[in-house]
Design a protein around this ligand. Structure first.
Ligand code: PMP
Length: 464
């Protein structure tokens, strides 16, 4: 690649929005087709939403809805907020975002680090409820004079960004020959913008919808009935209503993709093609693969990597999270093996050795966000240390500060342990919890893992 000349060099990072690369995916079974992915993850905010933020802010400035020093308000699954923060904050606007609580920690940290005012709301309520993220954003906007409620769900500048930039970029990168484009619907901007562009510029191009199982959109297209919405773990796509910006009449085929398939496909994309993508891209790719395999003629199919997987390292790419969500293909044993999500044998349990210092124990607890650690020596469980043991050891000793953390775990740990054999039934841990203990699960002499009340609650959630 040649390096860009001074004339091409953007004067700010906003000049890097759009013109994202397209790469051919060659390491999947795609029947007779060719499959291409447009890497929207390469935008400065890491998602497809930078384009629409640029377009919606520019439109509001043009028509006077947004004035210097004004407040931008939006309901967002995170990425639209990141785009608005990238574009709006350097211009001196204030930004308040209402974000549902299922969204990944990485997105919220990223938003706050950019300087956005992030307010978390419930993700278990639907449209019409005062805590629903869109209702809350609308109510907030009504209470702040001069604020601009972006409303990506109905804002025409949202689909327009895709009609005028994403669509032409795809068609020209594929030499004008595209048979199908596979998209998801969050606000509907991508679907409607691309659908309108291709209807005009390439009438043979079919729009294919990738929808999370539980969302109402694919069932509505396939059966004509509006089902009661379920829930899904994929972020950014799927709806419990049809957004005004989603023109479903543009869709030729629609697939409902279960969460497990979306997550597994995103992880496969990283393993096979080296592309780190978010969960919605897993849904899109899974639908694109199904579509490609169903074809009897060779077709040129394009899909999108909507955002980067760096936003989901603690979710999609964390084996324990996948297992906790019930999205892993794990055998059920009917005994305590079903409760040990992080097995010590597989290196999943955070432990300390009796010779470690209290400082090491404290740092491991903080680093892993846990309040207690099994103390293990040669795979044998020899003790348990929790935050109150550490506090008792460091808080009362009249030693200088640096020294008191250097005494060994052995001197502070509890050794009167009640272990449970892994072949015991799941409910055998309940009496331990009643006594305020955690369950230390062993297989013969070997330590297997720790089971806490949270693990048990999660097990009940998955099996009920
Ligand atoms: N994927 C992700 C990760 C998103 O955040 C969004 C936007 N909510 C989409 C896909 C869907 O795009 P659209 O809003 O254009 O339907």
């Amino acid at each position: 690649m040649t390096s860009p000349s001074a004339a091409d060099r953007p004067s700010s990072v906003l000049g890097l929005i759009g013109l994202t690369p397209i790469v051919e995916l060659t390491r999947f079974d795609i029947g007779p087709c060719r499959l291409f992915a447009k890497l929207e993850s390469q935008n400065p905010g890491g998602s497809i939403k930078d384009r629409v933020a640029l377009s919606m802010i520019a439109a509001a400035e043009r028509d006077g809805r947004l004035k210097p020093g004004g407040t931008i308000i939006e309901a967002t699954a995170g990425n639209t907020g990141l785009g608005l923060a990238q574009v709006g904050l350097p211009k001196g606007y204030r930004l308040i975002l209402i974000v549902p609580d299922k969204m990944s920690r990485e997105k919220i940290q990223h938003l706050r680090a950019l300087g956005a005012d992030v307010r978390i709301t419930r993700s278990d309520v639907g449209k019409g409820h005062p805590d629903y993220y869109q209702d809350r954003a609308e109510a907030l906007a009504a209470s702040i004079p001069g604020s601009f409620y972006v409303n990506q769900f109905a804002n025409p500048a949202n689909p327009l960004a895709h009609e005028t930039t994403t669509g032409p970029e795809i068609l020209s990168a594929l030499d004008g020959d595209v048979d199908a484009v596979v998209v998801g619907v969050g606000s509907g901007g991508t679907l409607t913008g691309l659908g309108r562009f291709f209807r005009r510029a390439s009438p043979k191009t079919r729009m294919v919808l990738a929808d999370p199982l539980g969302s109402v959109l694919a069932p509505l297209i396939n059966t004509g009935t509006l089902i009661e919405a379920g829930s899904w773990a994929v972020e950014g796509i799927g709806e419990d209503f049809v957004p005004p910006n989603a023109d479903l009449s543009l869709v030729s085929a629609a697939y409902s993709i279960p969460d497990a398939e979306s997550m597994a496909t995103a992880r496969d994309l990283l393993k096979r093609e080296g592309i780190l993508a978010g969960s919605s891209s897993g849904t899109l790719l899974a639908a694109a693969l199904r579509y490609c395999r169903e074809q009897t003629e060779p077709k040129r199919v394009v899909t999108l990597v909507c955002d980067t997987g760096a936003k989901y390292l603690s979710k999609v790419y964390d084996d324990a999270w996948i297992a906790e969500q019930g999205l892993a293909t794990r055998a059920a044993y009917g005994d305590l093996r079903d409760l040990v999500v992080r097995s010590h044998r597989e290196g999943g349990t955070i432990t300390v050795s009796p010779e470690d210092t209290l400082l090491t124990a404290y740092k491991r607890m903080r680093g892993a966000d846990v309040s207690q650690l099994p103390v293990v020596s040669d795979n044998r469980l020899v003790g348990l240390i929790d935050e109150s043991d550490v506090l008792a050891a460091v808080g009362t000793k009249a030693q200088v500060r640096d020294h008191r953390f250097l005494s060994s775990v052995r001197d502070a740990m509890v050794t009167d342990l009640h272990t449970v054999d892994v072949h015991q039934p799941v409910a055998s841990v309940l009496p331990l919890f009643d006594r305020g203990e955690v369950a230390l699960v062993v297989d013969g002499a070997d330590f297997l893992g720790l089971v806490t009340p949270v693990d048990f609650i999660n097990h009940l959630r998955l099996t009920s």
